[in-house]
Design a binder for this molecule. Structure first.
Ligand SMILES: Cc1ncc(COP(=O)(O)O)c(C=O)c1O
Length: 422
């Protein structure tokens, strides 16, 4: 399914022309499709139906309460990385028994909140964290179910800043310390050892690193089982990519086959933590051209969206497909426009506020509405108010209607969070 399609030359979200949203809410604005979220969840979950896995949606990828609520209604649990995300997930209706908590820097108060809530699983990322969690759980007299995150030392072959499974990164426990970690997990007071977890990185468009990492994980599970230890669950993390801006990648069925081949025979409960795959193509960022600036060597199309609204291009050098909301007529008419090669930038006072060079666009004009596709993952959740800009709003479309699920937070409102020097 593709929720964002043209009808008579105008881009719609489901059954709603985008211009109706922008007339009401203005720009920039994130627009999500409820049906696309539901379809993406089904496309992930269905092929694994026989394994009855836990599917924890990685909340950082899109923390919108409406998105969390939509996915929870489909059956998703939540993977959270802070007490704040935990609070939001519970508020959105996710039961604590369907939540897992990962991250290398969980503070004592965050571990306390997790233990008191009775989460499905806490992912322990270091021996030091294990000791702190044991103290917390023992003091509270409440057991903490844990999985040990293995750092399998695998190169995820993705962007360096999205790679989490090799030994130079801060994530997980290296193989050399795994046995000690499992021993502590089984013997320290307050802890209930459930199994192992790996997450090698995000935006994998080649599945071979999954094969290596899952094989290593499976070898360890079998070794522990042979030693008589029970390993109830394996958590395979997230990371399955989506094709951005014309990229290609293997079909999802290849990933399913890999899991069936390597992990299913272990006989453990399987958990996944997908993020991007569930929400990436379910959201777009709609923006307006402020001006077209003819520079000395380049033409800059300056948008009203900036790096504070969509940070991926500045942070990861990512490139999002940019489409006009209204296609110019292709032939004859005086309105028809030649294609032009332009650099697309935002208004933020940073050279890094560049969405991309050499975009081929039907010569853009001030006032034109444009949409960045596949902006549903790592988009609005990373947005900030940098450069004194209002926080970007979010809208959820359902059929021919929509709801503003986060209103634009004005600068006047932001200033009420502060006080003046005395
Ligand atoms: C522990 C963990 N789980 C799941 C995810 C989700 O990854 P993705 O959005 O690539 O599926 C991440 C993101 O990197 C993560 O760090």
């Amino acid at each position: 399914m593709n929720a964002f399609t043209y009808h008579s030359g105008v881009l719609w979200a489901e059954e709603l022309p985008l211009s109706e949203v922008t007339a009401d809410v203005g720009t920039p604005v994130y627009v999500y499709s409820k049906r696309q979220l539901e379809a993406n969840y089904a496309a992930f979950a269905e092929p694994f139906r026989d394994l009855a896995p836990d599917i924890f949606f990685a909340n950082k990828v899109n923390p919108s309460l409406a998105v969390l609520q939509t996915l929870a209604a489909c059956g998703a649990g939540a993977e959270v990385t802070s007490a704040g995300e935990l609070e939001r997930a519970i508020h959105a209706g996710v039961a604590p028994g369907c939540i897992t908590f990962s991250g290398v820097g969980k503070r004592r108060d965050e571990l306390t909140a997790a233990v008191l809530a009775g989460l499905a699983q806490i992912t322990v990322e270091s021996l030091e964290e294990m000791a702190m969690l044991s103290e917390v759980a023992a003091e509270l007299g409440r057991p903490a179910s844990i999985v040990v995150r293995l750092n399998p030392d695998v190169d995820a072959q993705t962007h360096a800043k999205l790679s989490t499974g090799h030994k130079e990164t801060k994530f997980g426990i290296e193989e050399a310390h795994l046995d000690e970690a499992v021993h502590l997990a089984r013997t320290l007071p307050g802890l209930v050892f459930k199994g192992l977890m790996v997450h090698v990185g995000s935006l994998l468009t080649d599945f071979s690193p999954f094969r290596v990492a899952y094989q290593r994980l499976a070898d360890h599970v079998r070794r522990l089982q042979k030693a008589g230890l029970s390993v109830d669950r394996v958590d395979l993390g997230g990371g399955v990519g989506i094709p951005y801006d014309g990229q290609t990648m293997p079909p999802f069925s290849d990933y399913v086959d890999l899991v069936q081949e390597i992990i299913a025979p272990l006989g453990c409960k399987i958990a996944f933590e997908p993020g991007r795959r569930l929400v990436g193509d379910a959201g777009i960022l709609v923006t307006r051209v402020v001006r077209v600036k003819r520079g000395a060597t380049r033409t800059f199309v300056v948008l009203d969206a900036g790096m504070n609204d969509l940070m991926r291009p500045a942070l990861y050098g990512a490139r999002h497909t940019l489409m006009p909301v209204r296609l110019p007529p292709s032939t004859g008419a005086e309105e028809s426009r030649a294609t032009e090669r332009v650099d697309v930038v935002g208004p933020v006072c940073e050279t890094a506020d560049l969405f991309g060079e050499a975009y081929e666009l039907p010569s853009p004009r001030p006032g034109d509405l444009m949409a960045f596709l596949q902006a549903g993952a790592y988009g609005a959740g990373m947005a900030s108010c940098y450069n004194g800009r209002p926080l970007v709003p979010e809208v959820l479309v359902d059929g021919s209607s929509y709801a503003v699920t986060r209103r634009r937070i004005s600068v006047a409102e932001q200033m009420t969070w502060e006080s003046m020097a005395r």
